[in-house]
Design a binder for this molecule. Sequence first.
Ligand SMILES: Cc1ncc(COP(=O)(O)O)c(C=O)c1O
Length: 339
Amino acid sequence: MNPIIDLRSDTLTQPTAAMRSAMAQAPVGDDVWGEDPTVAQLQERSADLLGKPAALFVPSGTMANQIALLTHCDRADEVFVGEGNHSLYYESGAGPAWAGVTFTVVGRHGLFTAEQLVDTIRPHDQHFPRPRLVTIENTHNRSGGRVFPQSDVAAIAEAAHSRGLSLHLDGARVWNASVATGTPPATLCGPVDSVSACFSKGLGAPVGSVLAGDRDFVARAHRYRKMLGGGMRQAGILAGACLYALDHHVARLADDHDNARRLARALSVVDGLRCEPTLVETNIVVFEVTTHSAADFVGLAAKRGVKLAALDQTRVRAVTHLDVSAADVGEAAQRLSKI
Ligand SMILES: Cc1ncc(COP(=O)(O)O)c(C=O)c1O
């Protein structure tokens, strides 16, 4: 059979030879002792890029989001999230378990407006959890890599701040949002109090995320990282891959976005699939299957050498990334059209 085309996630990328070489050459020290120069460099550079005074290197986006909850909230506080947000949907119930927070969903399909947020916030009353934090996701994974409109981010920040709530951005793919809109990450993050950003998604690093915010926030986050076992030793080997990714793999995200649109256009004319190319803004294509369950379709696709992920009963996700070419998406669409 022809080589497998793996469109399950942009986390599946293999570190390139040049990235491995950058990792091998990175100067290192014990980062728990604050002595790893490459981690320090990555933290400074990330803080700068994200427009925040400080940043903390952590092993994963999940840990960054969990530390954000712990740092912003007290137990039993209420956190407002979009439908399907990663911290609600994909973090194994960690928010309620570790930070003790209650999640309340705002709006439908992940993105929401300030008006929807305001309508969802209940008045102060002893019966209700204390409203404390709003979390938005940009780009939004389960909604198909949608970019959160910046005017909504600004209005949500205003609504949150005027009610004493903080705003956290899960920016695992903020780099994609930046490339898709031509807006610097620092501008996208301007209205938010904290941001988590990943190097191990479209940027192709094997490990690593940062959590950025003001200096006091990051100092408190540092303690939670230690409590969760996220203090790493000669982590410059990993930070070196992330620095390499920032230098070499950001601008090329535009190729992934082009490939995603190419795939969506090809799938939109296949009988039995519903795919709307105009909804594809970044590297994620979500389409509906009308002839099979999503799980059955994913199984049949795998037999034809195309790996996909079922999102629910009917919806399937395909993600383009560093290891997927324009020719691969053409070939993938061909194979899928034969099911
Ligand atoms: C939007 C979003 N946030 C956070 C994460 C968690 O990242 P990690 O897998 O590094 O824990 C992911 C993972 O795919 C994600 O899509």
